[in-house]
Design a protein around this ligand. Structure first.
Ligand code: ATP
Length: 886
């Protein structure tokens, strides 16, 4: 039998204890990772712990123990009210275990005896137990952690600081290892930095420190550890794992642990989550926090751009990245910078100063009013001499006479609200981390959780750490090609894209007889990244000597001969522009195929790039079908998917979908705040997306919605009844007067009967005293304003690869050639293709391939990578148990 929803309850003996810590430099998304680890641990029936202040907390352990547990069960004392539990502090007399089996759980399930007797609990309705099992545990710690400070952090004078074990002869209370519950991590998705604290811990670099850490793990019975940090932190994790057998033996021979503990803790399961804004870890495409940092950088450079233009200034901007130029490179592509310096690819020429000045001079000569140079913190020249922003500024001022300023973005890059991606990635990875820990056997290695294009992966930690070190070693040995070879293919593509788009030298120009006339058209609704893709395509044409022709206003524009050449300068600012500069609409070429064919011939088009959503695909499909009737259509064409709904078949992502998710996150955060302020309000948020639930589901995961309705699943009465029951029980568990605002996300086409209005009325009516309901419709705001950095960079990469494809398959002067040739099809059908991101690959799919994956009636793909994400979002929202294979 296939997978069924089953609440994964472990008997108490088998209940593993999973702890999570954040270490090294903070990064946005660490909180989402902690939340996911905590919730998945609880959802898998295990106990969740957090370790505060990184490795430091593990080395110090708890210097203030709670006084011995007083069991509320069985005693005559009245159960403490939820309010009393909320104000529970570390020094009061309840051990976490008591709170775990507190009044609320007993009230809901009626019977918690089974759990205590080490028998798995059989719940009658597995769909509804998650928050109920978990929630009671949380009340002790929630408010303490959310405010960032616990009572443990406050000394006798009322001052807040990281407690020292001993200070001035007195021992301060300190609890670094804390058991946490479901609600302790609520609201964490939208918080920047790390709420459980992070630090640099010199003592963990010593064996002595690690011995203490090992002792604390055993003392608290923790055998599974998730570490979220950069390469240093994960190196530490790897060292701890490697030394573990020796450490445990030493603890035993010192008499610190007993025989039983020695036996039970022979193995420590460790998993690494990469939290680092630099994106400097090898064997994973993206680290937690890197995308948010890129958001901050692009926001800053976009703002600097307007003042630079106004005063015709040059700006040298320093961004983070000691050994990795990812941030500088991506920012360069996303903002259309003029020149970049990164550690792994130093400027080619010895005299890079002249090379840089030449590039900027050329840009100024064609009329550019601003110059932006991005310098990574660790930028080097080919002799390993650091390249510093101040020096670059002096060169530009002295040699070009430019009014030049330096801006160091510094710590602004770390902070702030996590971007949508840095909520989704750590959630997916956190869940995977817990599953990996719980599946580990003595024979499995420790893993690092990574991502490859769009797949969450696990890589042996040892290998990833070693590989990361190799990049630094290669740079040190001045073997830059080797350093680049360790970076993923995206990095190399982006570097090429940057070079192509920022150069005016046209050094790669083809001979006259190889040059093409390439048309670019936008089709369908506007989406973030359409203009950035067009810019890259135009710059590619200039580099190679092709003629880039804009078709304005889609196929209708073509029929009106609204076609003209785009210049290099014209598209300069297009990376940051939302919407569609060319104009776009939903008309398909079969509005008049004969005239479309004739116009293509008239304008002597040799190849065509079609940027758009489902209509873009449909356009290329129809054009290809008509090739047999119209020879002028026998030219290569590529469809580059761009739509906020992400409903184009075959591709995992279309341009615009990331911008849209970010717009949703911003709006939903604001709505949630309003919902929370009114204490007990449920907001039904209506989102676009046509017949695809992508935006709704990924949005729900990113904002922590408790329920999500999609067109794929629809809505029926039975599920509404269950959902209402769930909400009632959930609100009943909230402390009076401190209820949380909750979000329900509903795709606009989830049901024609249970509209947003109807749904809201039902919830309002059924919520009665417990909760109120309101609705909000996000409508066209989801198209977003300024495209997100991910959409801009993805646009540049995909457009460049598309143009390379067109160049490879097109023949110059093809329309004249078509006139001469006789009837039969002269061009293979694969030359009408869609560029698609599929798992870890970028492919050019033929129209028949795409058709095989298309549900034409519902205008969406038949198989989508995110099908399982709805279930996950509901687990994280507490709505259902964990999916396990039975
Ligand atoms: P960032 O990407 O922000 O630099 P990081 O995790 O690389 O993050 P580090 O300061 O290098 O930051 O490491 C954080 C902590 O991890 C250190 O303070 C130390 O406690 C531990 N650590 C780092 N390297 C090692 C090592 N080689 N052995 C043991 N522990 C280490």
């Amino acid at each position: 039998s296939g997978p069924r929803i089953k609440w994964d309850v472990q008997s108490k003996k088998k209940q593993k204890k999973v702890a999570v810590l954040t270490s090294g430099g903070d990064s946005a998304g660490m909180n989402a990772a902690v939340r996911a680890v905590v919730r998945q641990t609880i959802a898998r029936g295990c106990q969740a712990y957090i370790i505060r202040e990184g490795w430091e907390g593990l080395v110090r352990g708890n210097t203030a123990e709670p006084t011995p547990a007083v069991s509320r069960r069985g005693s005559q004392a009245p159960s403490p009210s939820l309010g009393a539990m909320q104000s529970f502090s570390f020094t009061q007399s309840f051990a976490p275990e008591d709170i775990n089996l507190g009044a609320a759980a007993a009230r809901v399930h009626g019977d918690v005896q089974a759990a205590e007797d080490d028998k798995p609990v059989q719940f009658s309705d597995p769909m509804r137990v998650a928050p109920l099992t978990a929630a009671p545990l949380s009340f002790g710690y929630g408010s303490l952690l959310r405010d960032g400070a616990g009572e443990a952090d406050i000394d006798e004078d009322g001052m807040f600081h990281i407690p020292e074990e001993v200070e001035g002869g007195k021992t301060l209370r300190g609890r670094y290892i804390v058991r946490v519950g479901w609600d302790d991590v609520r609201g964490w998705l939208g918080e920047g930095g790390t709420l459980i604290g992070s630090s640099r811990c010199p003592s963990f670099r010593t064996r002595e420190g690690r011995l203490k850490a090992a002792h604390n793990l055993v003392r608290y019975g923790i055998d599974c550890l998730a570490v979220c940090g950069g390469d240093g932190s994960l190196t530490g994790a790897d060292t701890l794992r490697a030394e573990w057998p020796g450490l445990i033996k030493e603890l035993h021979s010192n008499g610190d642990i007993n025989d039983e503990e020695l036996e039970n803790f022979r193995h420590l399961n460790i998993v690494g989550l990469v939290g680092s804004i630099d994106n400097d870890m090898a064997m994973t495409d993206l680290t937690i926090g890197a995308v948010t940092a890129l958001h901050r950088i692009c926001e800053a450079i976009d703002s600097i751009g307007s003042t630079a233009s106004s005063h015709s200034r040059a700006f040298v901007i320093e961004v983070m990245g000691r050994h990795c130029g990812w941030l500088a490179l991506m920012a360069g592509v996303a903002t259309g910078a003029d020149f970049i310096f990164i550690p792994e690819h130093p400027p080619a020429k010895q005299d890079w100063e002249t090379a840089m000045c030449d590039v900027l001079k050329q840009h100024r000569r064609v009329g550019k009013r601003k110059s932006i140079v991005i310098v990574a913190e660790g930028a080097l020249d080919s002799d390993l001499k650091p390249i510093k922003p101040e020096y670059v500024k002096d060169v530009l001022s002295e040699r070009l006479g430019l009014d030049t300023r330096v801006t160091t973005l510094g710590h602004t890059q770390r902070g702030g609200v996590p971007a949508a991606f840095d909520r989704i990635l750590p959630t997916l990875q956190g869940v995977k981390a817990v599953d990996t820990l719980l599946e580990a056997t003595p024979d499995t290695p420790s893993y690092m959780i990574g991502i490859s294009e769009n797949k969450i992966t696990k890589i042996p930690l040892l290998e990833a750490v070693a590989q990361t070190k190799k990049v630094a070693d290669a740079i040190e040995a001045m073997d830059f090609d080797l350093a680049m070879s360790y970076r993923d293919s995206e990095f190399t593509d982006m570097l090429t894209a940057f070079k192509v788009s920022s150069s005016l030298a046209a050094s790669e120009r083809l001979p006259d007889n190889k040059r093409l006339r390439i048309a670019i058209v936008h089709v369908g609704a506007p989406a973030g990244g359409m203009n950035a893709a067009t810019r890259q395509a135009v710059r590619f044409c200039h580099e190679r000597g092709h003629v880039p022709l804009a078709i304005y206003n889609g196929w209708e524009g073509l029929l009106e001969d609204n076609v003209s050449e785009l210049t290099w300068l014209r598209v300069d600012n297009w990376t940051t522009r939302g919407g569609s500069e060319l104009g776009t609409n939903r008309t398909l070429p079969d509005v008049d195929m004969g005239q479309v064919a004739s116009a293509l011939q008239r304008h002597q088009i040799d190849a065509m790039l079609v940027i758009g959503g489902f209509e873009g695909y449909n356009s290329v499909r129809l054009l290809e079908k008509s090739r047999k009737d119209y020879p002028s259509l026998c030219i290569p064409m590529v469809h580059l998917p761009a739509t906020i709904s992400n409903n184009v078949p075959m591709t995992d992502f279309s341009l615009g979908s990331d911008t849209s998710l970010n717009a949703l996150v911003v709006a939903a955060d604001a709505i949630k705040q309003s919902a929370a302020a009114s204490r007990n309000r449920v907001f039904v948020v209506d989102v676009q997306g046509g017949m695809s639930g992508y935006i709704a589901v990924l949005g729900a995961l990113a904002v922590g919605a408790v329920l999500v309705y999609t067109p794929e699943q629809g809505i029926n009465l039975a599920c509404l009844v269950e959902d209402v029951e769930f909400l009632k029980e959930r609100y009943a568990l909230d402390e009076k007067g401190k209820s949380e605002g909750r979000l329900v996300i509903r795709s606009e086409k989830a049901s024609s009967v249970y509209t947003t209005e109807v749904l809201t009325s039902i919830l309002k009516e059924e919520g009665a005293e417990l909760f109120d309901a309101r609705s909000a419709s996000l409508g066209h705001t989801l198209q977003g304003g300024v495209p997100s950095p991910l959409d801009r960079t993805r646009a540049a990469r995909l457009a460049m690869l598309s143009m390379q494809f067109l160049e490879k398959h097109a023949r110059p002067n093809s329309q004249a050639f078509h006139r001469r040739r006789t009837g039969e099809d002269m061009i293979p059908h694969e030359t009408a293709a869609m560029i698609a991101i599929r798992g870890s690959k970028i492919v050019f799919a033929s129209m028949s391939d795409v058709q095989n994956h298309t549900d034409m009636k519902r205008r969406r793909g038949t198989d989508v990578w995110w099908a399982g994400v709805k279930g996950l979002a509901e687990v994280m929202g507490g709505r259902t148990g964990v999916l396990v294979d039975m």
